[in-house]
Ligand binder design. Sequence first.
Ligand code: NAP
Length: 372
Amino acid sequence: MLKTGLIGWRGMVGSVLIERMLSENNFRLIHPYFFSTSQAGSPNPLDISDRQPLMDAFDLSCLRGMDVIISCQGSGYTKQVYPELRGLGWAGYWIDAASALRSNNDAIIVLDPINRSVIDGGLESGIKNFIGGNCTVSLMLMGLGGLFKEDLVEWASSMTYQAASGAGSNNMRELITQMGRLEGSVSDLLNDPKSSILEIDRLTRECVASDTFPMTEWNQPLAGNLLPWIDSEVGNGQSREEYKNQAETNKILGRCNNPIALDGLCVRVGAMRSHSQAVTLKLRQDVPLDDVHVILANTSVWTRVVQNKKDASLAELTPAAVSGTLQVAVGRLRKMNMGGQYLSAFTVGDQLLWGAAEPLRRILEIIIEFES
Ligand code: NAP
């Protein structure tokens, strides 16, 4: 069995990964070792395997003993530890949720329902770095990948509505705290049906503007608000999140030499979990809408096409409907006023599952199969 080191299992992505590995019985296939950047030596709180105390995630001599390392710790950790480990001659498989290694030539971005042939080719050629994609990119491809696989997309523009959990566990906690603080600022007035809505509005705005409003993680109010910028600036007017759209989609599809133009605008909203995006696609030809439905339904067994009707959209095409499930819903499908080649779509999926943990869990299974 492959010795597999797990780092970052306490965080948002890591805890979903552990949950999925437990429900798919993956721990029977590996010898797991649990590492921590902050709690080395503490008892392992997870009821998995022989429950050795947590190992030090910065101890290169322990890490060197692993056949596979899965990190959900973040880019800072990867940038510090990965080069030192490889520098010592470590030749194991590095699986990572962070973006640090994604654009490297010796790394493959994993999303096997879309790019299994790229992954298989990489394994055969000795690639050892398998990195999960940007959550929004992976979800866009799990929703609309059929059109890309059939090479029907000339260009696409996506407008995202990204959930708080995309920024990590502490940000998710802070959003709930902000929501609670807002409710608390007007709870008496809410209980009085005769109270003035303008007074409620004024008090909530004052609450958000006060020095004591909790904003340690976001540095901004997210409750009752939205944030039209995600991640750092890349210098051309795009945010890093927006930059990843074209770069990672084409890398996943294995077409960096013949890229499809993709762009958009990424926005953080106060949803707890699951990223949504409205996508405008220019198709290479006027594909009938019924054919579009069939092509999209064939994207993967997890892709679910929702009829473009009000009731179905509100019931099935929301973060609340898909959170905690592996289904990626795609709907609001219609041809746009600009012409028959222009397709409008809306897609939503749990970014902690297909946008993060699930491709990592599945590449582990693929590696185990390849090595056996
Ligand atoms: P996270 O929740 O902030 O967890 C990262 C680490 O923070 C944990 O492993 C833990 O490390 C530490 N931590 C500090 N306070 C914590 C707390 N209160 N609860 C839990 N852990 C805490 O980050 P994440 O969202 O999982 O992201 C990890 C990586 O995956 C990042 O590179 C991110 O960009 C990438 N990613 C995230 C998503 C997403 O939707 N969140 C999607 C795709 C990719 P120790 O146990 O060692 O202290």
